[in-house]
Design a protein around this ligand. Sequence first.
Ligand code: ANZ
Ligand code: ZN
Length: 909
Amino acid sequence: MPYNFKDVEESYSKKFVEIFQKHMLEQAKEGKKKFYCLEMFPYPSGRLHMGHVRNYTIGDAIARYKRLCGFDVFYPMGYDSFGLPAENAAIKHGIHPKKWTEDCISTMKQQQMLMGYSYDWSKELATHKPEYYKWNQYFFIKFLEKGIAYRKNAPANYCPSCQTVLANEQVENGKCWRCHSKVEIRQMEQWFFKITDYADRLLEGLERIDWPERIKEMQRNWIGKSSGTLVKFKLDGMDKELEVFTTRVDTIFGVTFLAMAPEHPLALELARKAGKEKEREVKEFIDKVLVEERFERTSIEKSKEGIFLDAYAIHPFTKEKIPIYVASFVLPDYGTGIVMGVPAHDARDFEFAKQHGLSIKHVVLPKDASKKLDEAKAFEEFGILADSEEFSGMSSEQAIEEITKKLEKLGLGKKAVCYKLRDWLISRQRYWGTPIPVVYCQKCGIQPVSIDELPVILPEDVKFGRGNPLATNESWLNTTCPKCKGPARRETDTMDTFVDSSWYFLRYVDNKNDAEPFDKKKVSELLPVDIYIGGAEHATMHLIYARFFTKVLKDLGYVDFDEPFAKLVNQGVVTLGGEAMSKSKGNIVDPLDVVPKYGVDALRAFILARAMPEKDLEWSDEGIEGIKRALDRITELLEFYKEKKQTNNTNNEKGEKSEKSEKSGERDEYALAKMNWLIAEYIEKFERLNFPSVIFSLFDFVKAISKHKEKLSLAVLHSCLHNLAILLNPITPYLSEHIWHEIGNDGYCSLAEMPKPNEALMKQEFLVEDNYIGSLIADIQEILELIKKKEKAEKEQKSIVVVIADNWKHEVAKLISNCKNVAEAIERIKQSQYANKLEEISKAITNLLNIKPLDEDKEYRIVSRNKEFLEKEFKAKVILLREKEAVEYMKYKEKAKRALPLKPVIIFD
Ligand code: ANZ
Ligand code: ZN
């Protein structure tokens, strides 16, 4: 009877929910080592897609494995349930975001339960619930007290289509990350978190965590630490200085202009001085540049745009007059917002100089003097200084040091470090998020809501459409000032949802606490998270914000560690036809279509077997069918065992004192050796998360055991199935529980203990045997192919004759086994008792050198043990002969002599 996965999956999925919840409670008492397994919680879109399934299947496999290995595993799940799509659904379909979100959560949760994930659902959380976001507000107020949260007027990326402000990270090449419409710049009062204060600690912490190097590098680039020099240029005719930030102060004698960001306050001031016309021109330019995006502004093509301000600065060394420009390529919020232009050594400056007719002064020459300078472009490398007063002749490296020193002495410069990282803009002019807990009082200004008034509940009665719905609920909007009790208005901005996901892994630990965000002691017992699994798309934003948040919480005394995720695994994407699955491409395989057809277990095993976690995974129907067949082979083995047991029982009942059932099987030792190798291999590979290899080993074991199942004793069959059930549990939990139950175990396999490999049973000879038979099968297949090709017509093979080499050949192989080369081997043979055999085997010496010799009898026994199996495999009779027997037959004689140790002659007869 075929295994009915549907019934099994249905019955156990409900039990799983129960047992893992209960298990967690019991575990806590036992003082086991804790393990925190975490997956990036999903945005509840309403349907699990393949990416989710891959993410959680990897996580669940690890959680189950660690549990079997005796860890007290903490494995929670929750929902990142604030965010735009819910609000868009409200606008489009008139469903309230709360209802939409909660419906989505409940369907997704059902699907996660069906997938057999072993979450402790009692730890569930959803960030849109007041009992969660209350603590976002609490932390906001704490951050405000410490100056980590602050408000400032800032140009913001504004998406006209989503009608919201976006963080820089949410702008991709000038477009909105969600809807891809062009982003505009607007000035407004906004809330920020001072992440820039943590730039160095965010860099340093990367050295202490086990994350993919690729992700660390992306974070380093994001933080963008740059060491250089600040140089002051006096303004000609004014008592003012302009400061520039440069990484190439060695090029200072090549400066032919200064350029200032249009947003720089001095830009308009200087323009005004130059007259009405200039002021108008510059104003226009500023308005134009403001709506352009960083990426665009700094690109080489755009770099030429700028306006001369009719003003000059004085070179700190040469005292020359240097013209000052406003230029779009200069960003207002990097360095000082002013750059020194060195056209000869910077490509952007070069383009700018050509456009504006500025001179180009070469002051750094190639180190290799024979190299000619290409006058048509900037020479950007380090080199040797020229025309640079006393610094001429120095290398760039040395000149940077020396020039900086001199500037310091003159009081005109100093070493400096700059970061690309900007403060985290957390304000969103959106409804479906955490209300920022401050009020505006006419008397007292900005006032935080008092802690015991929290949470500021998001009002449900609002109008959706355009702008910020929060501004449409007057009764919510009007409140009293916590300080003077006079009338005040609430802040209508809500928080970026990345705030929600910056600490949810802490809340899981203590998700019902209503007195504080979490208990510090409980959290320090479990964190840092031992393994965090999620997509690489979160390399910067979420993973930097969560690290930042944790560092702040440490500084404020809420936690005693500062890196939240000790190890990170980024699973690759799931592709179809080589492209990531996406709705727009229409290449989606829906897990909900796959499950009814192949079962949860097949889907899980396919996902794990198909690719290493961090690699992309190509979907394949044949692939999952192959996995399904391999799982069927396991249930066949189980059915075989059950029948055999049944027969034994009946025999026993009949009173036949069944010696047979007691007797150990002919192949028991082999099976036990295989089983213990499997366990050892499995553990070793699982630790490295090499799931494809783990699953290959499992299936390989099942094949090997099935081959000889008739010759195994009941006890050994039972033991194999028992361990198989445990080893399968992280991968195919339903089949695992089914086997566990069917072979007569109580309780749940999911809570069993990982077997330990028994070295004493891992006999080497069986490993030799497996390799031997494997290559014998391959050889036979190869010859069959050849025959087929030659004879064209299919010819029935009656028998396969296998001839085992004479023992003296084994002896020779042993004799020369440690020779370095053929010449040495020949020499050794010449001096031995086998000198007279040299001619006979001279052609085979290379072969002999490459094997681990056995002896004739052992080799004979290996084949004889596998005779039946080979006959089944090839549907032909197998005749096993020793070389000396075979040469007695005229028709085999010539061929038989060619038999070599471990390389028997194969004759089709
Ligand atoms: C003169 C110079 C000469 C520069 C040269 C480079 C090459 P990183 O490495 O990314 O930190 N820069 C400084 N502030 C800027 C701003 N606000 N907007 C645009 N560009 C700015 O880059 C540092 C270099 O970027 C600085 O060094 C400056 O140009 C430019 F042969 O100064 B350099
Ligand atoms: Zn007030």
